[in-house]
Design a protein around this ligand. Sequence first.
Ligand code: SF4
Ligand code: SF4
Length: 228
Amino acid sequence: MKIDSKRVKEIMYTLGADLCGIASVDRFADAPEGYHPRDVLPTCKSVISFGCRFPAGTLKCQSAIPYTRVRNSVTPKMDAIALDFCIEMEKLRITCVPVPTNESEWDTRTKRWRSIISQKHAAQAAGLGTIGRNSLLITPEFGSMVWLGAVLCEEELEADLLINNICNNCNLCIEACPVNALEKPQINQQACWDYAFGDDAEKQIWCISCHKCRDICPYNLGNCNSFV
Ligand code: SF4
Ligand code: SF4
């Protein structure tokens, strides 16, 4: 082994990540066809997932602009961390590939937009958190106020332990959704995006106008965030 998991995480934290976990590639057996790490990098042995905090105060704002602006800033930040991490690893002669943070392609088979690798499932497989009924990753530290990035790695690294499910199936997020996008186990992606993302005709801006399923979750802030 050219590097151990501890050193991998130190590099990721130095670059600005707030969370980092590692999954062995065998944890992706259930990935949809074409979206397995080895469909992207056939020599992949590990997936390194990382998270960056998303300021929880944005949830309290009446204006949609702070939340939208943070989301638009944090995604290039994640891509930059993933890119710099891959370069650092290449200096150690380890091949890594960044997974784009916010770039989806149309999956004609399932008729859904997909990232080349699901960031949420990678984070769950790396022990960072668990996916809640609201379709968001919930972490013990930051709740769902965390954005996710990932890197595919040719090195076989020691994997982190999986964590117990955090969502308690209270259904509050399902009831809060104005367009019933969470009624089925798999989110109605189109209904959510049509409602939550788009131009505000009156204010003439593009914004994210809904995060009710995030707001209402009792675990949305984790144990490091607090409004008190
Ligand atoms: S963001 Fe809004 S529209 Fe989308 S699932 Fe959550 S509550 Fe529903
Ligand atoms: S609101 Fe309840 S059901 Fe929804 S994700 Fe949170 S804990 Fe789970």
